[in-house]
Design a protein around this ligand. Structure first.
Ligand SMILES: NC(=O)c1ccc[n+]([C@@H]2O[C@H](COP(=O)([O-])OP(=O)(O)OC[C@H]3O[C@@H](n4cnc5c(N)ncnc54)[C@H](OP(=O)(O)O)[C@@H]3O)[C@@H](O)[C@H]2O)c1
Length: 366
């Protein structure tokens, strides 16, 4: 009997998520020469997945596409020209392949940073994603990992992990190092990964949060100071005062967008790096004028994900440093995806919302 998958499918993009439907026996496509069949064991969610599911921001997913970009699982079968993977390898997805199924998106080298066009053409939007028991992915969308990490932990690295890594390690000559001061914002996936990576290097990390309870968890992960951004609207200057002689931060991981950028400018060090990553803060916040950075003389760096080469370095770093990647307390079953999205949207989570996918959910022979 042919193997089928239990998969979420984007029948249509609707704001109440009613366009997401669970298919019980989705046929698995034939493997191309460079494709790999993966039994997914865990997936993690991103704001992007919600935005795509709802059809916001002009992000279009083809009808029937499997949502989700982040996942980890076990290789079941490889195509005839797959070079570096074999059955039983443990793999993490990377959102963007080397070559895209559509002709319009240019190929992406191993060391190249993806552009917005690559991300839109990648997993979880134009290409089928990870919210499925089995998925077929190009070999270039998969990175091997060992036994140190659980599938749940590994699944958090595909998007927010690699973004955090790129923001700390991606700029030649400005990589985070021991003794640097780093500021991370809130307790979401990108910020917690950045906190854990920076702490492992020996940096001093100040974290902002709106929640006392989450502040305690950030401290337990190694944050040296916590600043409540709701109680302290001018948190940029307050955080800067914590740095030696009030000189400011070497690296700021800005995920809030217009809601946080003016405070990041107030906190960054001269010649420090302010990374611009997302817009999780209030959408109607006043934009920060670009000219503001002239007077602090900092580097401003837009970040989109990271390269496949970076992904391999990050996995090695996590394994070498035995980092126990932080997960939200609540873990969801694949069938409960919409509850998981609700938790993400309401920002009740800490770090990553993870979906567990039991192996061998369909028992037919491959
Ligand atoms: N550029 C890229 O390649 C890339 C990759 C991944 C994500 N992103 C974007 O980056 C942003 C963060 O992603 P994520 O996965 O970390 O999101 P997330 O897990 O959904 O982050 C949620 C957390 O953000 C914090 N937050 C909300 N408003 C804030 C504010 N005004 N100031 C500081 N913190 C605030 C809250 O922390 P507390 O509850 O502790 O207050 C909240 O729990 C999103 O906009 C996402 O789309 C971009």
């Amino acid at each position: 009997m042919a193997l089928t998958a239990v998969s979420w499918s984007t029948a249509s993009q609707v704001s109440d998520l009613s366009g997401l439907v669970l298919q019980n026996q989705r046929p698995i496509p034939e493997l191309g020469d460079k494709d790999v069949l993966v039994e997914l064991r865990a997936a993690s969610l991103n704001k992007r997945d919600l935005v795509v599911a709802k059809g916001q921001g002009g992000l279009v997913a083809p009808p029937g596409a499997i949502p989700g970009s982040d996942g980890a699982g076990v290789v079941v079968k490889v195509g005839s020209q797959v070079q570096n993977l074999q059955p039983n390898d443990r793999v993490i997805t990377h959102m963007v392949p080397d070559k895209f199924p559509n002709d319009a998106t240019p190929p992406l080298g191993d060391d190249e940073l993806p552009g917005w066009n690559h991300i839109c053409a990648g997993l979880g939007q134009e290409m089928n994603g990870t919210l499925t028991t089995y998925g077929v992915f190009p070999e270039s969308c998969l990175v091997k990992f060992g036994n140190m990490m659980s599938f749940e932990e590994a699944s958090t690295l595909s998007c927010s992990g690699i973004t955090a890594w790129n923001s700390l390690m991606g700029l030649e000559g400005k990589q985070v190092k021991k003794g640097d001061w780093v500021l991370v914002q809130g307790s979401g996936g990108v910020s917690v990964a950045a906190l854990q990576f920076a702490v492992a290097v020996g940096a001093i990390v100040v974290a902002t949060t709106s929640s006392e309870e989450k502040g305690l968890r950030l401290k337990a992960l190694g944050a040296s100071h916590i600043v409540n951004y709701r109680q302290t609207p001018s948190w940029g200057a307050v955080a800067k005062e914590l740095t030696p002689s009030g000189r400011g931060f070497d690296i700021i991981v800005d995920v809030g967008g217009n809601a946080t950028l003016s405070q990041s400018v107030a906190a960054v060090r001269r010649n420090g790096v302010m990374t611009v990553i997302g817009m999780i803060g209030e959408a109607d916040a006043e934009p920060t004028p670009m000219m503001a950075v002239l007077f602090v003389a900092c580097v401003v760096r837009g970040i989109l994900l990271g390269s496949r080469a970076m992904m391999r370095s990050m996995v090695k770093f996590v394994e070498d440093n035995k980092i126990k990647l932080a997960l939200d307390d609540e873990v969801f079953a694949l069938a409960d995806l919409k509850d998981a999205f609700k938790r993400l949207e309401e920002q009740k989570h800490f770090s990553k919302v993870v979906i567990q996918i039991p192996g061998k959910i369909q028992s037919e022979e491959v």
